[in-house]
Ligand binder design. Structure first.
Ligand SMILES: [Zn+2]
Length: 170
């Protein structure tokens, strides 16, 4: 049985041998050492939770955030057109398309964060780049709807709560 499939809770972050920390355009990032297939599990995060958002946390619920583990996952940079996505239930990062050797791995922070602790200006270069990355709550309705399929259950719940308000003509 692969260590990535160990029973929960997971005490240590597992990372694929196909990825490594390397210096990139935006500082240290996580890069593919060899070709990766769509759907491959690349990281399985240690279960370490905190109540408040910080720089390296990943939001799971209103007052529940996956903590930065001090490991490779803390260096995963944002992209508005990412090549990985998080399975929020299993806390596993998976490739969403084939990734070439040498390509940087990225994750869309807007798929997890309602209101970011450390907003920043994105330079990912994607055609639909959001530029100012402040959190899901700051996106317009169209942008939120587009992200919903990859967003956490928490963000999708917040979005469902917003819908009746938006539909109200008053
Ligand atoms: Zn961007």
């Amino acid at each position: 049985m692969d260590s990535a499939l160990a029973p929960l809770p997971r005490a240590q972050t597992w990372s694929s041998a196909k990825i490594a920390l390397l210096p990139g355009a935006e500082g240290i990032g996580v890069f593919a050492r060899e070709a990766i297939s769509a759907g491959e599990v690349l990281l399985a995060l240690a279960h370490v939770f905190v109540a408040h958002a910080e720089r390296h946390t990943i939001q799971l619920d209103a007052h529940l955030h996956q903590a930065g583990t001090g490991e490779i996952d803390d260096f995963l940079n944002h992209s508005c057109a990412p090549n990985t996505a998080l399975d929020f239930e299993r806390l596993e990062l998976r490739a969403v398309r084939p990734i070439a050797a040498g390509e940087e791995l990225s994750f869309n922070y807007l798929s997890s964060e309602w209101d970011m602790a450390a907003p920043f200006t994105c330079v990912c270069g994607a055609p639909h780049c959001h530029r100012l990355i402040r959190g899901f709550r700051h996106l317009n309705a169209e942008q939120q709807a587009a992200l919903a399929p990859v967003a956490s259950a928490y963000l999708r719940r917040r979005l469902a709560e917003l819908r009746p308000l938006r539909a109200d003509p008053a």
